[in-house]
Design a protein around this ligand. Structure first.
Ligand code: PRP
Ligand code: MN
Ligand code: MG
Length: 184
């Protein structure tokens, strides 16, 4: 699949699996005194694989909501411009909300999203991200749950795209620079 486009496998399917289970157990433990269903807010489209795996790994009931925002378009670096493409369907006031993200790159998307959701008065609001690039962060965002800190390279797979491609890879890989220098 995508022969030659992937330079290296950064995180295998098995490593993703193990991490999802670990994060789900940790969150289950941290929210043991919270009653009622958790509300997971997945950030489309990148978080979709992580969201569905995470919800199934979580040993307690959770409701699933989605928001679609976009910061990249099809380029490989953040513009800082966040657009709401799809808002939540429901009110999150007094709910225990966990934002589920695939990656924190510059932090601009999440910093904006946290402010936006905080203003809707949830009972609590935390972030669970599978990936974070510490060297790319431009705004500091309080993130309670992080799967992997990764180098500042362009990565795809397991929900992450380049120009809408590669989301369907079951692992996280680095993209061969020839793909984004050839001018799609
Ligand atoms: C990507 C990624 C995160 C965000 C991280 O989404 O899925 O949501 O960018 O970047 P930042 O920390 O620099 O803001 P994108 O806007 O590409 O939309 P997508 O999820 O539909 O691919
Ligand atoms: Mn995204
Ligand atoms: Mg994207």
């Amino acid at each position: 699949m995508y022969d030659g486009d992937i330079a290296s496998v950064l995180i295998t399917e098995q490593q993703i699996n193990d991490k999802v289970t670990e994060l789900a157990k940790q969150i289950d433990d941290d929210y043991r005194d919270v009653h009622g269903d958790l509300l997971l807010v997945g950030v489309l489209k990148g978080a979709v694989m992580f969201m569905t795996d995470f919800a199934r790994a979580l040993p307690r009931p959770a409701q699933l909501e989605f928001m679609a925002v976009s910061s990249y378009g099809s380029s490989t670096s953040s513009s800082g411009v966040v657009r709401i493409l799809k808002d939540l369907d429901r009110d999150i006031a007094d709910r225990h909300v966990v934002i589920v993200e695939d990656i924190i790159d510059s932090g601009l998307t999440l910093s904006w999203l946290l402010k936006n959701l905080e203003s809707r008065n949830p009972a609590s609001l935390e972030v669970c991200t599978l990936l974070r690039k510490p060297d790319a962060v431009q705004v500091d965002v309080p993130v309670r749950y992080v799967g992997f800190d990764i180098p500042n390279e362009f990565v795809v797979g397991y929900g992450l795209d380049y120009a809408e491609r590669y989301r369907d890879l079951p692992y996280i890989g680095t993209l061969d620079p020839k793909v984004y220098t050839s001018g799609i």
